[in-house]
Structures are given as structure tokens and as C-alpha cells.
Design a protein around this ligand. Structure first.
Ligand SMILES: Nc1nc2c(ncn2[C@@H]2O[C@H](COP(=O)(O)OP(=O)(O)OP(=O)(O)O)[C@@H](O)[C@H]2O)c(=O)[nH]1
Ligand SMILES: [Mg+2]
Length: 297
């Protein structure tokens, strides 16, 4: 499994040879993304959830994405992951995904790696991603459910609204619940969510839940896990997960095709530009040329 994970990053073309076999076995694991501002407590929360899940006898794989890993070479990750079972534990697996700082970088290897871990039978697949504009949208397509982790510190909930985290969240967890202001932050957040959804008439029980957790004290962890389980079961039962999976697949296909086309398209566009003319006319010429050249087949 570790070798295939590496292959998906270092040699995507070779990994493609096993993609069918992997895909056929994937789809059972619960894919949960944990996003939110830097320092929100995502890693600590995941750590605590892993313990909780292992105690319940469930297996869990964690993918951590780190946009700064380009600079640090991923060295930071080792520090951040604190989960260290006293004995070797086959039921838990940690891995970092190189995002190489590129927008949508998760798409390249991360999607394949999630499929792979899923195919190997992990019950839960947790993905950590710092919510920094584009990246949490990207993560939302990679997972079945997105958890937005927000610290109680003043104003962060409002910031989240602005950053577009609100749309991406299937569940909101106010972290560091042992600190003052956590309950108040949850109330503010609930108010904002209700207000937002009131305009499109979402039923109250369909609103993303807001809960307070503390990785330090353990408060709310079991409840949060129960909530995730309930949301996960619901989306499997009502067909919405199947819809999300289709959309995910379509996006990945689009992404791969665009990548294939990049080279031939750039060459054809440069050639057309050398002749000069209206961009609209040249674009049509390029389309015809790509078709003739077999790039679209
Ligand atoms: N009091 C308290 N502090 C916490 C809790 N969870 C995390 N912290 C602290 O918050 C800080 C950030 O925690 P991390 O888990 O590294 O946060 P993160 O969101 O993963 O951070 P990045 O990956 O850098 O974005 C650390 O100093 C933690 O000790 C908690 O439940 N209570
Ligand atoms: Mg972290």
C-alpha cells in the first residue's frame, strides 16, 4: 500500500495501471475532510478522533495536506502528528500529501491516495487541509463530508463566513471547547447558519450541525463522532453521496483530460498566434487542428 501511495505521487502514469483495480474496491470508507483556519486545532482534533475511533475498534487513515510542505519538505508534519499508539497498530495510518503549493494540488495525488486507502479497507479516511480560500473547496470534492473546525477566538466565525467556508461545511466544530467563549462562538455560528439557510428554505434538520469539542478535555468528541456517523449514514441512505461521488468523478476526468490537452493545446496556440489574426478565428483553427491531430481522440 505504501509503495502504491508513493507511486501515485511520483509516477502517475504507472499508477494509472492499477487505477481500475483500486477504484473497483473503493467506496466503502467514510471520507471526512477537516478544514479551517491555521491553528484552529485541526491536527489535535484529528488526533483525538483517531483515538476515539480506535477505541471503538474502527480503522482510520489520515491524510494531512500542508501547503507549506514545499518549503519545509514536509518536515513539519512529523511534529504535528502526535498520535503515537504505545504498540504498533495496523488499524491506523498517517500520510502527508505533497500539495506542492499549487492551487488544486490535492487533486493530483490526493484523490488517488484516498481511493487507495479506501480500497485497502480503512473504515474512516480523515483529511486535514488548512482552509485558505481555494483549498477547502478542493477538499470538499475529495471527501464525502467536510468538517469546518473553528477556534473560539473572537471573529473567526465571521472570517469563515467571508472565506467561503460556510458553503463548504457539512458540520461545524468549535474547537478548544475548554477555553472561554466556545459556547458563545457556537451560538453565533448557529445564528449565521440559520440566517443563511432561511433564505433558501432549508429544513431545520438539514442544517449543518454546530458542536463544541475539546481535544484537550475530551469534551464533545464522542458526540461529534456520532454526528459524523449520522451524517455519513444519511448521505448513503438518501442517495446524496452517490451524487457527490459522480460529481467527484466528473471533476477528476475533466482534470485529467485538461492535463493531457495542455501540451498539444499550447503548441497549437503558439503556432496559430505566429500567423496572427482574430483570437476567435484562431481559436476555431486550433480546435480543428487538435481534432485532426488526434489530440481530442
Ligand atoms: N486549549 C486547547 N488548545 C488546543 C486544543 N486543541 C488544539 N489546541 C492548541 O491549538 C494549537 C494549534 O493546534 P493544531 O492542532 O496544531 O492546529 P491546526 O489547525 O492543525 O494548525 P495548522 O495545521 O497549523 O493549521 C496548539 O497549540 C494546540 O495545543 C484544545 O482542545 N484546547
Ligand atoms: Mg495541523
Amino acid at each position: 500500500m505504501a509503495r502504491l501511495l508513493s507511486l501515485s505521487e511520483s509516477a502517475p502514469a504507472r499508477y494509472g495501471a492499477v487505477a481500475d483495480a483500486v477504484t473497483a474496491r473503493a467506496g466503502r470508507g467514510r471520507r471526512i475532510g477537516v478544514t479551517g483556519p491555521g491553528g484552529a486545532g485541526k491536527s489535535t482534533l484529528i488526533d483525538a478522533l483517531v483515538r476515539e475511533l480506535r477505541a471503538a475498534g474502527e480503522t482510520v487513515a489520515v491524510l494531512a495536506t500542508d501547503p507549506t510542505s514545499e518549503k519545509t519538505g514536509g518536515a513539519l508534519l512529523g511534529d504535528r502528528i502526535r498520535y503515537a499508539p504505545g504498540v504498533a497498530d495496523d488499524g491506523v495510518f498517517f500520510r502527508s500529501v505533497a500539495t506542492r503549493g499549487a492551487a488544486g494540488g490535492f487533486a493530483h495525488a490526493g484523490f488517488d491516495q484516498l481511493d487507495l486507502l479506501d480500497a485497502y479497507g480503512f473504515d474512516w479516511l480523515l483529511v486535514e487541509a488548512v482552509g485558505a480560500g481555494q483549498s477547502e473547496i478542493e477538499i470538499a470534492w475529495a471527501v464525502d463530508l467536510t468538517v469546518v473546525a473553528l477556534p473560539p477566538a473572537g471573529g473567526d466565525a465571521v472570517q469563515a463566513l467571508k472565506a467561503g467556508l460556510m458553503e463548504a461545511g457539512d458540520c461545524f466544530l468549535v474547537t478548544k471547547g475548554d477555553l472561554p467563549g466556545a459556547e458563545a462562538a457556537a451560538v453565533t455560528l448557529r445564528g449565521a447558519i440559520e440566517l443563511r439557510h432561511a433564505t433558501n428554505g432549508t429544513a431545520l434538520e438539514q442544517l449543518p450541525p454546530v458542536e463544541v469539542v475539546s481535544a484537550s478535555s475530551g469534551k464533545g468528541l464522542a458526540e461529534a463522532l456520532a454526528t459524523l456517523r449520522r451524517l455519513s449514514d444519511r448521505q448513503r441512505g438518501d442517495g446524496s453521496l452517490a451524487g457527490r461521488q459522480r460529481e467527484r468523478l466528473a471533476r477528476r476526468v475533466r482534470h485529467l483530460v485538461l492535463r493531457e490537452l495542455e501540451g498539444p493545446l499550447a503548441a497549437a496556440a503558439a503556432e496559430a498566434a505566429a500567423h496572427g489574426g482574430a483570437p476567435q478565428t484562431l481559436a476555431r483553427d486550433v480546435m480543428r487542428r487538435l481534432e485532426r491531430g488526434g489530440a481530442l481522440h
